[in-house]
Structure formats: C-alpha cells, structure tokens
Design a protein around this ligand. Sequence first.
Ligand code: JFZ
Length: 585
Amino acid sequence: MALLMVIQPVLFAQKNIMQDERMQWWRDARFGMFIHWGLYSIPAGEWKGKEYPQIGEWIMKNARIPVKEYEQLAKQFNPVKFNAHDFVMTAKNAGMKYITITSKHHDGFAMFKSEASNYNIVDATPYGKDLIKGLAEECQKQGLKLCFYYSQSRDWHEPNGLDNDWDFPKERDFQKYLDVKVKPQLTELLTQYGPIGMIWFDTPMTISKEQAQQLKDLVRKLQPATIISGRLGGGVETDYMSTGDNVIPSTVIRNDWEVPATLNNTWGFKKNDHEWKSPEALTRLLFDIASKGGNYLLNVGPTSEGLIPQESVDILAKVGDWMKINSECIYGTQASPFNMEFKWGNITQKEGKLYLGIFNWPASDFYLEGLKNKIKKVYLLSDKQQKPLKFKETYNQETDHHRLKIDLPKQAPDKVISVVVVEIEGTASVEDFICQQADQSILLPGISGVAKKDGQPAELKFTARGGGADWRDSDISLSWKFKVEKPGTYQVDLVTTETGSHGTPVWEGGQKIKITCKGQSQETTVADENREYNPRSQYWKLIHTSAGKIKFDKPGEYEVSLIPIEFPQNKTGFTFKEINLTPAK
Ligand code: JFZ
C-alpha cells in the first residue's frame, strides 16, 4: 500500500506528461481540415435520378442501395484531377495545421491500399493508385499533420459490419468484422504512411467496452503519439471530446474538445448543395470556438474528379486572409478567462495577454467588465507598430466591480473580427459574478443559473440541440445573482431555442412561467414573438419572448428566478437558453 502511495502519483504524472506531449501540437493548432471523400462523391446526392436531401456520404443507406449495385461505383472512381499539393496548400493557406481524411467511411470503401479488403482504391478502381500515400508525403513536405477518419462500427459493405439492414440479416459476428477488417486496416494506416497525428473514429453504435479498448490498445501500440478522437465509443476514455456536428457550446469548456463542421449542409460532395457559409461567419466561429477552448475541424467534400469545390477553396482562402494578420490570437491560445460569451464578441488568451475579438465594433467607447488585473498596454493586433491605445481602469468599491474603458478608433480595423490586445500584469483573474455591461444590458445565461427543486440543488442539462435546456421537470427553478449599477426598469427578454434534427428543427412553446425578483413577479406564456439565426448553431434558431419588466430601485446585488408554473405539451421540453435584461424603452 505504502509503495502504491508512492508509485501512483508518479504513474499519474507520467500519464499526464505523456498526454500533454501527445496533445501539444493539436492544442496549439486549433484549426484543421476535415476531408470527406469517397465513392459517394460520384452520385453526389442523387440516385437513379432522385435527389436525397440528407448528407451526401449517406446515399447508400438513404437510397438503400444494395452492395452489388453500390460496389459498381468503384469501377467509375477515377479522380485524375487529384493533386495532393493543392489539397494541402488549400488547408495551409487557410491557416489549418492538420488534415483528417476519410480513409474508410460508413460505405466500407478504403481510400488506401489494403490487403484486408480488396474493396479499396488501388484494387477496385481504374485510378489504381494509393492517393493517401501522396497526401502523406505532401503533408510531411508542407508541415501539416495527417490524420485518418475511420468508421469502426458502421460498415454497409460488410455482412458483419453494422447498419446495413437492407442487404444483410440482423445476425452479425461484429467481433469477426473487427478482427478481419478493422484491426488489419488500422494497422495498415498506422504503418504505411509515416507518423499519423490522430485517428478520428465515428458513430460507435453498439461497440462494447472491450472491443473499443482493443482498438485503443492497437493504436497506442502502433503509434503511441497518435491522438484518438472522441467518438471511439464503448465508454472508453479517449484523448478529447467531439461535439455534435456543427454544434458550438455556449460557454467555455476547459478540456480538450473539437467541433466537426461543414462548409455547407453536407460532408460528402453533393452537386446541388450550394448553401455555403460565409467566410465572415466561419472566421467568427473559429474565434468563438477558440475562445471557448476548442478546436475547429472544418470540412471539404472533393468531387469524384479529385477537386475541392472552388467555392470551398475561395471561402477558405478568405478565412486564411484573416489568419495571415491575426493568427497570433488563435494558435497556442487558451480559452477566455470569462465563462460566458459577450454580445460584442469573445476572448482568447496567452500568458500576460488577452485577445479581445470584437465582432460588433462599438459606435462609441468600448468597455470590458470584470477584469481584475492591472493593465500594462492596449493595442490593435493588426497594428505591427503596436501603437498604444488610450484606456482607463475604474473600480467601483460599492459593487466591487472592475471596468476597463478602451478608446478604440472610430473605424473598425477589420470588418470580420477586429482584435484588440490587452497586456496585463500576472495571470488573468476575473470577477466570478454576473455584472451589468456598459450598455446596461444584463445577460443571465441558463448554463450559469442555479437550478433548485424543493429548495435542493437540482440538475438541468443544456444539451438540447441549439444550446437550449432539456427542461422537462416543472418543479425545477433557475436563479441568478448579479450586480446592478444603473437602477431603473428593465425589459425581460426570454430566449429559447429550436431543437430536433438538422433538417427538421422543432420548437415547443406554451410553457407557463413566472419571473420573480425582490417581491416582483411576472407570469408569461412562452410564445414565438421572433426568431433569430444563431451563428453558433446553424440548424436551430433562437426564439424570443418578452416576459414583462423588472424594477431595480437602487445599485447593488439582486436575484432573479425563473419558476415554471406549467409545462403543457412536453414533447421537446422547455428549451430555455438565456434571459436578457435591457433598459425598458
Ligand atoms: C457522423 C457521420 O455519420 C457523418 O457521415 C459524418 O462523417 C459526421 C462527421 O459524423 O455523423 C454524425 C455523428 C454524430 C453526430 C451527428 C452526426 N452527433 O453526435 O450529433
């Protein structure tokens, strides 16, 4: 026991050092390219003249295409226009530091030379070359990390793989599939292409803990430095957490996590999907995700000819233009010292420096609320001369509140995100209470509220798609303590979110709730007064309901509570996101 007491900390420390070493390049990178490419780029969203609205790489399942038919696509797959240099250059030019390509997706086709299955690009296609080899060499040359997406459970080509219920009977010998295809192919991927940065597993379905551990052990044995992404499954610990597709958390998460995201509404190429996100929106999402401590894995879906769609190249190049000036506020940064988002933007940090990413340039003075550190210097990141900007620090003893006023130039230096560098003394330290902003607004995020049931702490998950609560128990209430500087009457804006699947978002109103504060109480029925696009979760809009007014008669601390009265339907639940308090007009 005594010996264990001594050894354990050492082992733990060793494990941590190993983990930090393994993760360092990935943590510093913050931005990577996802590539979904395979036979599905030939039908490109259509099968036998019928267009399928879902994500393109699922055409075999959505059109329930028999293996015998789908396999024929391999005979047509000949991406002669593929040029590894251009692929890697497109990523590098955007500021991306790693590339994760689908070595095998759910359709079971291997985009690399495999002895384990002749259903691969070298043995089954007229192209006949191992294009992953070319990509590996080019990544080495241009200094990007190469990573592999591998669908470990879902394999619609294999009788013992999962999820093809249109060709194969229910009974599966899944372990046999793991032993004869998955493990041999992971071995090929981790022995044929040099150092591999990461294996991106996906949709684990019913893989067991033992089976998932077998795959983790195999990767650790073959390349100990290779990172294992979040969707291995079986409850086995991996090296970081993957969020749902295109889902950006609404607060800081102080662990390793990554958002896989699309440039339009599909991963695999679809010839009729032109709903491209704007470079501005993508650049803001990159900064927003970094400010919350996450990595951004942004996807391209090459065509069957072997080209990345020009729209994707152009959009990524514009993101790259911003990165060429501002990448210091992305690479090697940590999450904001504040847990919550700001209306004006967000913050990333390095030791002694805060990077304020301002999306909405203020018409007049700019204020940063709640930063306790002494300020050394303030300047624009885009200004190579680092000309000091005037600033004024104030401390309100009565409310114990720190405020930093920065005199910003009238014109925003950048129309996408203008970054202001604030050099501070010491490590960033911020007030841990909600305080009124200079524009007198007060934001009460659901995720920062205190949930109670019968006076006892209760748990409220904010896991609904769109970032709202999964609030079904009307006996749970939510409260916030915060400081008011400017007494007066304030309008209560209650925000809920759509939820449900990407394609068919749903929203349920009609909840009867009351807002209370110091003897004041306002009853409201949640209604859809107006909907707002939420760049942080593209599929699910925000719904606003005006929930009455609250009067704060003097400066000081207040507590507001949101108390359900009745939840009528309860199919999707009360998808509460936040309350905005703004001076009543
Ligand atoms: C999966 C794949 O099915 C899809 O084809 C693509 O590769 C994507 C990156 O990952 O789709 C998912 C997986 C998990 C979630 C959503 C879509 N999820 O957890 O929300």
